[in-house]
Design a protein around this ligand. Structure first.
Ligand code: ATP
Ligand SMILES: O=C(O)[C@@H](O)C(=O)CO
Length: 403
Protein backbone atom coordinates (compact mmCIF):
# COMPACT_ATOMS: atom_id res chain seq x y z
CA UNK A 1 0.00 0.00 0.00
CA UNK A 2 1.17 3.56 -0.75
CA UNK A 3 0.97 5.91 2.25
CA UNK A 4 1.01 9.68 1.74
CA UNK A 5 1.27 12.55 4.18
CA UNK A 6 0.16 15.85 2.59
CA UNK A 7 1.03 19.17 4.25
CA UNK A 8 -2.27 20.78 3.28
CA UNK A 9 -5.76 19.66 2.35
CA UNK A 10 -5.78 20.62 -1.33
CA UNK A 11 -2.37 18.98 -1.66
CA UNK A 12 -4.13 15.91 -0.27
CA UNK A 13 -6.92 16.04 -2.85
CA UNK A 14 -4.37 16.66 -5.63
CA UNK A 15 -2.24 13.63 -4.79
CA UNK A 16 -5.31 11.46 -4.08
CA UNK A 17 -6.66 12.30 -7.55
CA UNK A 18 -3.35 11.24 -9.13
CA UNK A 19 -3.31 7.92 -7.27
CA UNK A 20 -6.94 7.21 -8.11
CA UNK A 21 -6.25 8.02 -11.78
CA UNK A 22 -3.83 5.06 -11.84
CA UNK A 23 -6.63 2.79 -10.69
CA UNK A 24 -5.59 2.69 -7.03
CA UNK A 25 -8.46 2.57 -4.53
CA UNK A 26 -7.54 5.64 -2.51
CA UNK A 27 -8.79 6.80 0.88
CA UNK A 28 -8.35 10.45 1.93
CA UNK A 29 -8.27 11.30 5.63
CA UNK A 30 -8.02 14.74 7.23
CA UNK A 31 -5.89 15.23 10.35
CA UNK A 32 -3.96 12.63 12.36
CA UNK A 33 -6.21 9.53 12.20
CA UNK A 34 -7.97 8.66 15.45
CA UNK A 35 -8.33 5.12 16.84
CA UNK A 36 -11.75 4.65 15.21
CA UNK A 37 -10.49 5.12 11.63
CA UNK A 38 -10.56 1.82 9.72
CA UNK A 39 -9.34 1.31 6.16
CA UNK A 40 -11.29 -0.78 3.65
CA UNK A 41 -9.58 -4.13 2.98
CA UNK A 42 -9.11 -3.41 -0.75
CA UNK A 43 -7.42 -0.06 -0.16
CA UNK A 44 -4.32 0.47 -2.38
CA UNK A 45 -3.36 3.94 -1.16
CA UNK A 46 -4.14 6.18 1.77
CA UNK A 47 -3.54 9.92 1.86
CA UNK A 48 -3.55 11.68 5.22
CA UNK A 49 -3.91 15.41 4.70
CA UNK A 50 -2.57 17.63 7.47
CA UNK A 51 -2.60 21.40 7.85
CA UNK A 52 1.10 21.69 8.63
CA UNK A 53 2.47 23.84 5.83
CA UNK A 54 2.67 27.07 7.81
CA UNK A 55 2.42 26.03 11.46
CA UNK A 56 5.49 26.02 13.77
CA UNK A 57 7.97 23.36 12.59
CA UNK A 58 7.90 21.43 15.90
CA UNK A 59 4.10 20.90 15.58
CA UNK A 60 4.43 19.91 11.93
CA UNK A 61 7.10 17.35 12.85
CA UNK A 62 5.06 15.89 15.68
CA UNK A 63 1.92 15.42 13.57
CA UNK A 64 3.81 14.08 10.55
CA UNK A 65 5.70 11.50 12.63
CA UNK A 66 2.48 10.29 14.23
CA UNK A 67 0.97 9.79 10.79
CA UNK A 68 4.13 8.02 9.57
CA UNK A 69 3.83 5.55 12.46
CA UNK A 70 0.11 5.09 11.79
CA UNK A 71 0.76 4.43 8.09
CA UNK A 72 3.49 1.93 9.00
CA UNK A 73 1.10 0.08 11.29
CA UNK A 74 -1.44 -0.04 8.44
CA UNK A 75 0.92 -1.61 5.93
CA UNK A 76 2.57 1.28 4.09
CA UNK A 77 6.14 0.18 3.37
CA UNK A 78 7.08 3.48 1.73
CA UNK A 79 5.83 6.88 2.92
CA UNK A 80 5.45 9.79 0.53
CA UNK A 81 5.56 13.33 1.94
CA UNK A 82 3.53 15.53 -0.42
CA UNK A 83 4.19 19.28 -0.37
CA UNK A 84 3.38 21.98 -2.85
CA UNK A 85 4.63 21.85 -6.42
CA UNK A 86 5.71 25.45 -5.91
CA UNK A 87 7.69 24.39 -2.80
CA UNK A 88 5.65 26.68 -0.51
CA UNK A 89 7.73 27.09 2.66
CA UNK A 90 9.84 29.60 4.58
CA UNK A 91 13.42 29.54 5.87
CA UNK A 92 12.03 27.99 9.10
CA UNK A 93 10.42 25.12 7.21
CA UNK A 94 8.44 23.13 7.06
CA UNK A 95 9.66 20.99 4.15
CA UNK A 96 13.21 20.52 5.49
CA UNK A 97 12.39 19.87 9.16
CA UNK A 98 9.51 17.46 8.40
CA UNK A 99 11.55 15.55 5.81
CA UNK A 100 14.44 15.21 8.27
CA UNK A 101 12.09 13.97 10.98
CA UNK A 102 10.53 11.36 8.67
CA UNK A 103 13.99 10.17 7.56
CA UNK A 104 15.18 9.91 11.18
CA UNK A 105 12.12 7.94 12.20
CA UNK A 106 12.51 5.59 9.22
CA UNK A 107 16.27 5.25 9.83
CA UNK A 108 16.93 6.24 6.21
CA UNK A 109 20.03 8.16 5.08
CA UNK A 110 18.60 9.75 1.93
CA UNK A 111 15.51 10.94 0.09
CA UNK A 112 14.42 12.77 -3.04
CA UNK A 113 13.12 16.35 -3.12
CA UNK A 114 10.89 16.44 -6.18
CA UNK A 115 8.23 19.17 -6.46
CA UNK A 116 8.28 18.87 -10.29
CA UNK A 117 4.80 18.16 -11.62
CA UNK A 118 5.08 18.68 -15.37
CA UNK A 119 1.34 18.16 -15.95
CA UNK A 120 0.72 21.25 -13.78
CA UNK A 121 3.49 23.24 -15.49
CA UNK A 122 5.95 22.81 -12.58
CA UNK A 123 9.38 21.83 -13.93
CA UNK A 124 12.83 21.73 -12.35
CA UNK A 125 16.07 22.22 -14.28
CA UNK A 126 19.53 22.48 -12.69
CA UNK A 127 17.68 22.59 -9.37
CA UNK A 128 15.70 25.69 -10.38
CA UNK A 129 11.91 25.57 -10.16
CA UNK A 130 9.81 26.97 -13.00
CA UNK A 131 6.06 27.67 -12.92
CA UNK A 132 4.60 27.51 -16.42
CA UNK A 133 8.02 28.32 -17.86
CA UNK A 134 8.68 31.27 -15.52
CA UNK A 135 11.23 31.08 -12.68
CA UNK A 136 9.46 30.56 -9.34
CA UNK A 137 10.82 33.86 -8.02
CA UNK A 138 9.33 35.73 -10.98
CA UNK A 139 5.96 33.95 -10.84
CA UNK A 140 2.99 35.23 -8.78
CA UNK A 141 4.28 32.93 -5.97
CA UNK A 142 6.69 35.71 -5.01
CA UNK A 143 3.65 37.57 -3.55
CA UNK A 144 2.04 34.65 -1.68
CA UNK A 145 0.48 35.97 1.56
CA UNK A 146 1.98 33.21 3.77
CA UNK A 147 4.92 31.68 1.89
CA UNK A 148 6.36 34.20 -0.59
CA UNK A 149 8.84 32.31 -2.80
CA UNK A 150 11.61 34.66 -3.85
CA UNK A 151 14.43 32.16 -4.54
CA UNK A 152 14.06 29.63 -7.40
CA UNK A 153 17.18 27.57 -6.51
CA UNK A 154 15.83 24.62 -4.52
CA UNK A 155 19.25 23.44 -3.37
CA UNK A 156 19.74 26.86 -1.78
CA UNK A 157 16.15 27.09 -0.46
CA UNK A 158 16.30 23.68 1.20
CA UNK A 159 19.82 24.26 2.55
CA UNK A 160 18.33 27.04 4.67
CA UNK A 161 15.79 24.57 6.14
CA UNK A 162 18.05 21.65 7.05
CA UNK A 163 21.48 21.17 8.66
CA UNK A 164 22.12 18.27 6.24
CA UNK A 165 23.72 18.35 2.81
CA UNK A 166 21.57 18.92 -0.28
CA UNK A 167 22.58 17.64 -3.74
CA UNK A 168 21.17 17.40 -7.25
CA UNK A 169 20.04 14.65 -9.62
CA UNK A 170 20.50 16.47 -12.94
CA UNK A 171 18.37 15.97 -16.01
CA UNK A 172 21.20 14.61 -18.17
CA UNK A 173 21.77 11.76 -15.68
CA UNK A 174 18.01 10.98 -15.69
CA UNK A 175 17.86 11.00 -19.50
CA UNK A 176 21.14 9.35 -20.44
CA UNK A 177 22.97 8.23 -17.31
CA UNK A 178 22.60 5.76 -14.47
CA UNK A 179 20.24 7.18 -11.82
CA UNK A 180 20.92 4.42 -9.26
CA UNK A 181 24.70 4.86 -9.55
CA UNK A 182 24.40 8.65 -9.26
CA UNK A 183 22.24 8.33 -6.12
CA UNK A 184 24.66 5.81 -4.65
CA UNK A 185 27.55 8.25 -5.21
CA UNK A 186 25.61 11.11 -3.59
CA UNK A 187 24.80 8.89 -0.63
CA UNK A 188 28.50 7.97 -0.29
CA UNK A 189 29.33 11.70 -0.38
CA UNK A 190 27.04 12.32 2.61
CA UNK A 191 24.19 13.99 0.69
CA UNK A 192 20.87 13.49 2.45
CA UNK A 193 18.44 15.46 0.25
CA UNK A 194 18.53 15.05 -3.53
CA UNK A 195 16.74 17.73 -5.55
CA UNK A 196 15.41 16.10 -8.72
CA UNK A 197 15.39 17.78 -12.13
CA UNK A 198 12.37 16.84 -14.27
CA UNK A 199 10.62 18.55 -17.15
CA UNK A 200 8.47 15.66 -18.40
CA UNK A 201 6.45 12.89 -16.76
CA UNK A 202 8.83 10.34 -18.31
CA UNK A 203 11.66 11.81 -16.22
CA UNK A 204 9.67 11.04 -13.08
CA UNK A 205 8.95 7.50 -14.26
CA UNK A 206 12.70 6.95 -14.84
CA UNK A 207 13.47 8.24 -11.34
CA UNK A 208 10.83 6.13 -9.58
CA UNK A 209 12.31 2.97 -11.07
CA UNK A 210 15.54 3.66 -9.15
CA UNK A 211 14.17 4.39 -5.68
CA UNK A 212 12.06 1.39 -4.73
CA UNK A 213 14.25 0.85 -1.64
CA UNK A 214 13.92 4.35 -0.16
CA UNK A 215 11.43 4.26 2.74
CA UNK A 216 10.68 7.99 2.46
CA UNK A 217 10.06 9.90 -0.77
CA UNK A 218 9.02 13.54 -1.00
CA UNK A 219 7.61 15.83 -3.64
CA UNK A 220 4.56 17.09 -5.47
CA UNK A 221 1.77 15.03 -6.99
CA UNK A 222 3.94 14.32 -10.06
CA UNK A 223 6.38 11.86 -8.49
CA UNK A 224 3.57 10.28 -6.45
CA UNK A 225 1.68 9.76 -9.73
CA UNK A 226 4.75 8.08 -11.25
CA UNK A 227 4.98 5.83 -8.19
CA UNK A 228 1.30 4.96 -8.57
CA UNK A 229 1.75 4.30 -12.30
CA UNK A 230 4.45 1.77 -11.42
CA UNK A 231 1.85 -0.06 -9.32
CA UNK A 232 -1.15 0.65 -11.57
CA UNK A 233 -4.32 -1.36 -11.06
CA UNK A 234 -7.31 -1.69 -13.30
CA UNK A 235 -9.97 -1.16 -10.68
CA UNK A 236 -13.20 0.22 -12.14
CA UNK A 237 -14.28 3.32 -10.23
CA UNK A 238 -17.98 3.99 -9.87
CA UNK A 239 -19.21 7.18 -11.50
CA UNK A 240 -20.06 9.88 -9.05
CA UNK A 241 -23.73 10.31 -8.25
CA UNK A 242 -24.44 14.01 -7.80
CA UNK A 243 -25.60 15.36 -4.46
CA UNK A 244 -28.52 17.76 -4.67
CA UNK A 245 -28.98 20.88 -2.55
CA UNK A 246 -27.80 24.48 -2.53
CA UNK A 247 -24.20 25.20 -3.45
CA UNK A 248 -21.67 27.69 -2.15
CA UNK A 249 -18.18 28.72 -3.26
CA UNK A 250 -15.80 29.94 -0.54
CA UNK A 251 -12.58 31.47 -1.86
CA UNK A 252 -9.66 32.47 0.37
CA UNK A 253 -6.89 31.81 -2.11
CA UNK A 254 -5.16 34.86 -3.59
CA UNK A 255 -3.33 32.82 -6.25
CA UNK A 256 -3.41 33.94 -9.87
CA UNK A 257 -5.68 31.13 -11.08
CA UNK A 258 -8.17 31.69 -8.25
CA UNK A 259 -8.34 35.44 -8.89
CA UNK A 260 -9.31 34.70 -12.49
CA UNK A 261 -11.85 32.07 -11.41
CA UNK A 262 -13.39 34.41 -8.82
CA UNK A 263 -13.72 37.17 -11.44
CA UNK A 264 -15.50 34.67 -13.69
CA UNK A 265 -17.82 33.46 -10.91
CA UNK A 266 -18.66 36.99 -9.74
CA UNK A 267 -20.13 37.66 -13.17
CA UNK A 268 -22.50 34.69 -12.77
CA UNK A 269 -23.37 34.21 -9.06
CA UNK A 270 -24.56 36.54 -6.33
CA UNK A 271 -21.31 37.32 -4.51
CA UNK A 272 -20.04 38.81 -1.27
CA UNK A 273 -16.54 40.08 -0.55
CA UNK A 274 -15.02 39.70 2.92
CA UNK A 275 -12.82 42.75 3.30
CA UNK A 276 -11.10 43.25 6.65
CA UNK A 277 -9.89 46.68 5.52
CA UNK A 278 -13.53 47.84 5.48
CA UNK A 279 -14.73 45.73 8.46
CA UNK A 280 -11.76 44.99 10.73
CA UNK A 281 -13.83 43.83 13.74
CA UNK A 282 -14.05 39.97 13.51
CA UNK A 283 -17.57 39.63 14.97
CA UNK A 284 -18.94 42.24 12.62
CA UNK A 285 -17.11 40.76 9.61
CA UNK A 286 -18.78 37.41 10.28
CA UNK A 287 -22.19 38.77 11.23
CA UNK A 288 -22.55 40.86 8.07
CA UNK A 289 -21.52 37.91 5.88
CA UNK A 290 -23.92 35.54 7.65
CA UNK A 291 -26.79 37.99 7.19
CA UNK A 292 -25.99 38.17 3.47
CA UNK A 293 -25.74 34.36 3.27
CA UNK A 294 -29.12 33.78 4.93
CA UNK A 295 -30.70 36.08 2.38
CA UNK A 296 -29.03 34.64 -0.72
CA UNK A 297 -28.38 30.91 -0.24
CA UNK A 298 -30.96 28.93 -2.18
CA UNK A 299 -31.54 27.65 -5.68
CA UNK A 300 -28.81 29.83 -7.16
CA UNK A 301 -25.23 29.09 -6.03
CA UNK A 302 -23.47 31.87 -4.15
CA UNK A 303 -19.87 33.02 -3.83
CA UNK A 304 -18.16 34.43 -0.75
CA UNK A 305 -14.53 35.45 -1.23
CA UNK A 306 -11.66 37.31 0.38
CA UNK A 307 -9.34 36.69 -2.59
CA UNK A 308 -7.65 39.95 -3.53
CA UNK A 309 -4.79 41.37 -5.58
CA UNK A 310 -1.55 42.01 -3.63
CA UNK A 311 -2.22 45.74 -3.14
CA UNK A 312 -5.74 45.07 -1.76
CA UNK A 313 -4.71 42.44 0.80
CA UNK A 314 -4.64 43.15 4.51
CA UNK A 315 -1.39 42.14 6.20
CA UNK A 316 -1.94 39.80 9.15
CA UNK A 317 -5.56 38.99 8.22
CA UNK A 318 -4.93 35.40 7.06
CA UNK A 319 -6.03 33.64 10.23
CA UNK A 320 -9.10 35.84 10.69
CA UNK A 321 -10.20 35.18 7.11
CA UNK A 322 -9.62 31.42 7.39
CA UNK A 323 -11.64 31.32 10.59
CA UNK A 324 -14.43 33.43 9.11
CA UNK A 325 -14.68 31.29 5.96
CA UNK A 326 -14.70 28.13 8.11
CA UNK A 327 -17.55 29.45 10.24
CA UNK A 328 -19.45 30.54 7.14
CA UNK A 329 -19.16 27.00 5.75
CA UNK A 330 -20.77 25.67 8.93
CA UNK A 331 -23.55 28.26 8.70
CA UNK A 332 -24.10 27.39 5.04
CA UNK A 333 -24.50 23.68 5.82
CA UNK A 334 -26.87 24.53 8.64
CA UNK A 335 -28.88 26.58 6.12
CA UNK A 336 -29.01 23.57 3.76
CA UNK A 337 -25.91 23.81 1.55
CA UNK A 338 -24.79 20.39 0.28
CA UNK A 339 -22.21 21.27 -2.36
CA UNK A 340 -19.24 23.24 -1.09
CA UNK A 341 -16.41 24.42 -3.29
CA UNK A 342 -13.35 25.89 -1.57
CA UNK A 343 -10.41 27.69 -3.20
CA UNK A 344 -7.08 27.53 -1.37
CA UNK A 345 -5.24 24.93 0.72
CA UNK A 346 -5.18 26.77 4.05
CA UNK A 347 -8.74 27.89 3.46
CA UNK A 348 -9.82 24.30 2.70
CA UNK A 349 -8.18 23.20 5.94
CA UNK A 350 -10.17 25.77 7.88
CA UNK A 351 -13.44 24.77 6.17
CA UNK A 352 -13.00 21.00 6.51
CA UNK A 353 -12.00 21.35 10.17
CA UNK A 354 -14.91 23.69 10.91
CA UNK A 355 -17.26 21.10 9.39
CA UNK A 356 -15.66 18.33 11.50
CA UNK A 357 -14.94 16.13 8.46
CA UNK A 358 -12.21 13.51 8.98
CA UNK A 359 -12.58 11.25 5.93
CA UNK A 360 -13.96 11.45 2.40
CA UNK A 361 -14.34 9.29 -0.67
CA UNK A 362 -12.40 10.75 -3.60
CA UNK A 363 -14.40 10.64 -6.85
CA UNK A 364 -14.21 12.17 -10.36
CA UNK A 365 -11.94 15.11 -11.16
CA UNK A 366 -13.60 18.41 -12.12
CA UNK A 367 -10.21 19.57 -13.43
CA UNK A 368 -6.76 17.98 -13.34
CA UNK A 369 -5.78 17.50 -9.68
CA UNK A 370 -9.15 18.76 -8.41
CA UNK A 371 -11.37 15.79 -7.50
CA UNK A 372 -14.82 15.83 -5.98
CA UNK A 373 -14.88 14.44 -2.45
CA UNK A 374 -17.92 13.03 -0.70
CA UNK A 375 -18.55 12.65 3.00
CA UNK A 376 -20.15 9.49 4.37
CA UNK A 377 -22.65 11.32 6.63
CA UNK A 378 -26.40 11.69 6.12
CA UNK A 379 -27.04 13.71 4.11
CA UNK A 380 -23.66 13.49 2.35
CA UNK A 381 -21.81 16.66 1.48
CA UNK A 382 -19.98 17.09 -1.78
CA UNK A 383 -16.74 19.03 -1.53
CA UNK A 384 -14.37 20.38 -4.13
CA UNK A 385 -11.15 21.51 -2.46
CA UNK A 386 -9.19 23.41 -5.08
CA UNK A 387 -5.48 24.21 -4.90
CA UNK A 388 -4.96 27.94 -5.37
CA UNK A 389 -3.31 27.70 -8.75
CA UNK A 390 -5.29 24.80 -10.20
CA UNK A 391 -8.23 24.68 -12.55
CA UNK A 392 -9.45 26.38 -15.69
CA UNK A 393 -10.91 29.93 -15.43
CA UNK A 394 -14.52 28.65 -15.43
CA UNK A 395 -13.95 25.94 -12.76
CA UNK A 396 -15.95 27.61 -9.99
CA UNK A 397 -18.91 28.22 -12.28
CA UNK A 398 -18.75 24.74 -13.80
CA UNK A 399 -18.50 23.12 -10.38
CA UNK A 400 -21.98 24.34 -9.61
CA UNK A 401 -23.38 23.14 -12.93
CA UNK A 402 -21.86 19.65 -13.06
CA UNK A 403 -24.39 17.06 -11.98
N1 ATP B 1 -7.65 39.77 1.40
C1 ATP B 1 -6.71 39.06 2.04
N2 ATP B 1 -5.72 39.68 2.74
C2 ATP B 1 -4.78 38.95 3.39
N3 ATP B 1 -4.74 37.59 3.42
C3 ATP B 1 -5.71 36.96 2.75
C4 ATP B 1 -6.73 37.65 2.02
N4 ATP B 1 -7.55 36.74 1.49
C5 ATP B 1 -7.08 35.55 1.83
N5 ATP B 1 -5.98 35.65 2.60
C6 ATP B 1 -5.20 34.56 3.20
O1 ATP B 1 -4.27 34.08 2.24
C7 ATP B 1 -4.05 32.70 2.49
C8 ATP B 1 -4.23 31.97 1.18
O2 ATP B 1 -3.79 30.65 1.37
P1 ATP B 1 -4.54 29.40 0.78
O3 ATP B 1 -3.68 28.24 1.10
O4 ATP B 1 -5.95 29.34 1.22
O5 ATP B 1 -4.54 29.69 -0.78
P2 ATP B 1 -3.41 29.29 -1.82
O6 ATP B 1 -2.08 29.39 -1.19
O7 ATP B 1 -3.69 30.06 -3.05
O8 ATP B 1 -3.76 27.78 -2.09
P3 ATP B 1 -2.80 26.50 -2.19
O9 ATP B 1 -2.13 26.38 -0.85
O10 ATP B 1 -3.76 25.42 -2.45
O11 ATP B 1 -1.85 26.78 -3.30
C9 ATP B 1 -5.06 32.25 3.55
O12 ATP B 1 -4.44 32.17 4.80
C10 ATP B 1 -6.09 33.38 3.51
O13 ATP B 1 -6.80 33.56 4.71
O1 LIG C 1 1.24 20.70 -5.44
C1 LIG C 1 0.41 21.61 -5.61
O2 LIG C 1 0.63 22.61 -6.31
C2 LIG C 1 -0.88 21.51 -4.87
O3 LIG C 1 -1.27 20.19 -4.67
C3 LIG C 1 -0.78 22.14 -3.53
O4 LIG C 1 -0.16 21.60 -2.65
C4 LIG C 1 -1.45 23.41 -3.34
O5 LIG C 1 -1.59 23.73 -1.99
Amino acid sequence: MIGCIADDYTGGTDVAAGLRRCGLRTVLLFGVPGPSVALPPDCDAVVVALKTRTIPAADAIEQSRRVQRWLGRHGAGQVYFKYCSTFDSTDDGNIGPVTDALLDQAGSPMTLICPASPEHGRTVYQGHLFVNGVLLSESPMRDHPLTPMKDPDLVRVLSRQTPHRVGLLPLDVIRTGDVSAHLEQLRADGIRHVVVDATQDDDLIAVVAAVADLPVLTGGAGLAGALAASRARSRAHQRRRPVTGPGIVLAGSCSAATLQQVAHARAVFPSYRLDPAVTPEPGQLLHQAETWLEKHLGDTPVLIYSSAQPEQRVAGAAELLEHTLGTLARTAVWLGARRIVVAGGETSGAVVNALGIDAVEVTDEADRGVPWCRTAGTPPLELLLKSGNFGRPDLLVRSMEEV
